[in-house]
Design a protein around this ligand. Structure first.
Ligand SMILES: NC(=O)c1ccc[n+]([C@@H]2O[C@H](COP(=O)([O-])OP(=O)(O)OC[C@H]3O[C@@H](n4cnc5c(N)ncnc54)[C@H](OP(=O)(O)O)[C@@H]3O)[C@@H](O)[C@H]2O)c1
Length: 246
């Protein structure tokens, strides 16, 4: 029970990696607010840990919506210890053809959403004397792939934002770290596995010979959220099975 009594907000906590992180945190004793635009099958999770799970509708591209999420989570659970800024979207497209609306949606969600979440959470954490913020980037933040310019650019920006936030907020008791998953077998990663041609190329790049599981990436988030990482700040934790890719 490494998170017993802690209160966590996970954006994009309804499905994919965010859901796996929410489940991991619940298993470790935390109360968890799963936040996204749609609740999907969140009732299943609420039944699993009655009184310790809530769904909160949020659009992370809207700063007011994010402030309301953090404020109401504090009100509902009496504080805020951990925030995982996980919500993101991925839109492929070569630079010549990438739809500017897709570009904007990625920047608004993946980068601006992380800033709004960090800012709104930090206010509560500083007032409470500390907390942990975990941003989520990707192996694509530091690797090159055709068609991924928009997504990769937002994720690289998230990593730099994390480092700067960490040195600013660390002195106020708030640690900020980043989880950078490789290709996972759920969420966005599933799209890659579904395309045989793409998958054949990717498979060769995994030094462990397989994609990661959602729960393996969630373990990285647990490490960053727990006291096991009490002297880790401004770090990008790659959980990618040794992705051999220049
Ligand atoms: N899966 C992988 O292989 C992989 C690899 C590397 C990095 N990642 C990163 O891991 C994180 C989670 O990815 P995933 O694979 O779990 O994706 P996913 O299955 O597509 O889930 C995305 C989550 O974000 C929410 N979301 C999207 N836009 C939102 C918005 N504007 N406001 C609030 N919530 C929003 C979605 O719910 P709604 O649509 O209902 O809002 C959903 O809960 C992302 O940061 C992603 O870049 C994933």
């Amino acid at each position: 029970m490494r998170l017993a009594g802690k209160v966590a907000v996970v954006t994009g906590g309804t499905r994919g990696l965010g859901r796996a992180i929410a489940e991991r945190f619940l298993d470790e004793g935390a109360s968890v607010v799963c936040a996204a635009r749609n609740p999907y099958d969140i009732v299943e999770l609420i039944d699993r840990a009655p009184g310790r799970v809530a769904f909160h509708a949020v659009d992370v591209t809207d700063p007011d919506s994010v402030v309301e999420l953090m404020d109401q989570s504090v009100e509902a659970f009496g504080g805020l210890d951990i925030v995982v800024a996980n919500a993101a979207v991925s839109r492929d497209g070569k630079v010549e053809r990438l739809d500017p609306r897709d570009w904007r949606q990625m920047v608004d969600t993946n980068l601006n959403g992380v800033f709004y979440s960090t800012q709104a959470a930090a206010k509560h954490m500083i007032a409470r004397g500390g907390g942990h913020i975990i941003t989520v980037s990707s192996c694509m933040a530091s690797r090159v792939a055709v068609g991924a310019a928009g997504y990769a650019a937002t994720k690289a920006a998230v990593e730099m934002f994390t480092r700067t936030s960490a040195i600013e907020l660390g002195r106020k008791g708030v640690r900020v770290n980043c989880l950078a998953p490789g290709v996972l077998d759920g969420g966005m990663g599933e799209q890659l596995a579904d395309n045989d041609k793409v998958w054949a190329v990717y498979k060769e790049r995994f030094s462990l010979g397989r994609a990661g599981r959602l729960d393996e990436a969630a373990d990285g988030a647990l490490f960053l959220a727990s006291e096991a990482s009490s002297y880790v700040n401004g770090h990008v934790l790659e959980v990618n099975g040794g992705l051999l890719w220049a």
